[in-house]
Ligand binder design. Structure first.
Ligand SMILES: [Zn+2]
Length: 470
């Protein structure tokens, strides 16, 4: 993401600090969720990153399988927020970067996912999940942010904030209100028991879950700390933690630790989030423990790319590639650096290598490749760019930004109806239905009635936003 994040990350980073304030502002205006989505979409704190999405999916897949849940392609949605939260709708797993960077081991995140899977398997909040599963990602984020603002208002006893929050809950219908309803204590016990079942079935320890929940439990008494939405929706009384501890310690897998290769990927993910979201001090803090580890050197290379010079970053990245030649994300970083150094041809080669090595087949790497090919700027590379960008959105339909690049590539080729339709798609997936319709109608004027692109444009024109939360 950090590559895809490249253009948007600055915006995302600044937003992370103001996300709650921004949400509050939206809420104070008492705007219904359906109409606030496009505003949120201007700066939705969703973070995209091929490496992190693949890792979290790898954490979730065995657990979902053990729980008998859909194991065919779970969408991972990374929310750029320093608080701890995770929520599964069914086909999408929302997780805050704050949760990922806090967890010292994969097992801590896997335990949280197992607990969430327990809620799904138990049918808890099923109606809400069904509503969310039909909603677009952007609408859900808006709702989650709204929920956070309500919580913040309540804990600071600010009548104004709490009142604004209730306004949005009403505006968003039952969904926003229900999303802040805590699970029942009996549901928590059920979910904990189910989580242990899934962890046992996959030969994993419950110690990470116990550590995470125990941390919430002890944080209850701390004044002035951030309110983690997760702790609000999952009540953690002392006896629940005590019961969980018994279950965890009964398991034959209690002492199992994460495989070293998985721990290494986790460490690299944490330092990446620190480098791109939190700044140099956070990276230094993570590096201190083991300055020569691969993760530390990865963080160092990323920092050099972000804050230093491309030449030095390339040397550090070359050393990483020498150590793990088949790590697609090292090649991706190399592509990012080469783009910054204005060497798009070399960058395209690096991204192509990353694509060929990526076991997760991320659409994001294809979009990076497409962007580099666009920057090369020859008619042939432009043609290839269109192919790769189309492959990218084919794997990643909701990637609004990718459609904007695609529109630009079609535009440079002189294919104006295709450019207009891609622009319409970009607005559509960003939740800006008004502009989506304008560009869809513009595309239709130049397309033959009834052909596939004309039909797709008609779908966008016919789309009614009020349907999306129902
Ligand atoms: Zn729970």
């Amino acid at each position: 993401m950090l590559s895809r994040l490249r253009p948007s990350i600055g915006r995302s980073t600044s937003l992370s600090r103001t996300a709650r304030g921004f949400a509050t502002l939206m809420l104070a205006a008492a705007v219904a969720i359906s109409s606030s989505v496009s505003a949120f979409a201007q700066g939705v704190p969703v973070v995209r990153d091929a490496e992190i999405e693949a890792l979290v999916r790898d954490y979730a897949r065995p657990i979902f399988k053990a729980a008998g849940l859909a194991n065919d392609g779970i969408d991972i949605v990374l929310v750029n927020d320093p608080s701890f939260n995770a929520f599964v709708t069914g086909r999408r797993l929302f997780i805050n970067t704050g949760a990922l960077v806090t967890a010292e081991t994969p097992n801590e995140i896997i335990g949280v996912i197992a607990h969430e899977a327990g809620h799904i398997a138990g049918g808890h909040q099923q109606k809400l999940r069904d509503q969310l599963d039909r909603a677009k990602t952007m609408a859900i984020i808006a709702t989650l942010l709204g929920a956070g603002a309500i919580v913040a208002g309540a804990t600071t006893s600010s009548k104004g904030l709490a009142g604004a929050g209730m306004g949005v809950a009403a505006g968003g219908g039952e969904m926003a209100q229900r999303s802040i309803l805590a699970y029942q204590r009996t549901e928590e016990i059920t979910a904990d028991r189910s989580a242990i079942t899934y962890l046992n079935a996959t030969g994993q320890s419950g110690m990470g879950m116990l550590k995470t929940f125990g941390r919430f439990q002890s944080a209850l008494s701390l004044a002035g700390t951030q309110v983690d939405p997760y702790r609000i929706s999952h009540p953690m009384p002392q006896e629940r933690i005590a019961n969980l501890e018994v279950l965890v310690k009964q398991s034959p897998f209690v002492n199992v630790v994460d495989p070293p290769a998985l721990q290494q990927r986790h460490d690299m993910m944490r330092i990446k989030i620190a480098a791109y979201m939190q700044g140099q001090a956070a990276v230094a803090r993570l590096m201190r423990k083991n300055p020569t580890s691969l993760a530390s050197r990865y963080g160092d290379a990323q920092q050099t790319y972000l804050y230093g010079n491309p030449g030095a970053a390339l040397i550090k990245t070359a050393a990483l590639i020498k150590e793990q030649p088949k790590n697609p994300y090292f090649h991706e970083l190399r592509g990012d650096i080469l783009m910054k150094a204005n060497k798009p041809k070399d960058a395209a080669d690096a991204y192509a290598k990353a694509v060929s090595l990526d076991p997760a087949h991320s659409g994001l790497l294809l979009v990076s490749l497409g962007q580099a090919l666009m920057a090369v700027g020859t008619p042939d590379s432009l043609k290839q760019a269109v192919v790769q960008l189309n492959n990218g959105v084919g794997r990643d339909k909701e990637n609004a930004e990718a459609y904007r690049f695609l529109a630009q590539a079609y535009g440079e080729q002189g294919d104006i109806p295709a450019a207009d339709l891609a622009t319409a798609e970009g607005h559509y997936y960003a939740g800006d239905y008004k502009n989506a319709k304008i560009f869809a109608m513009r595309a239709q004027q130049k397309l033959k009635r009834g052909e596939p692109r004309w039909v797709r444009a008609q779908d966008i024109i016919n789309y009614t936003p009020s349907n999306k939360l129902k």
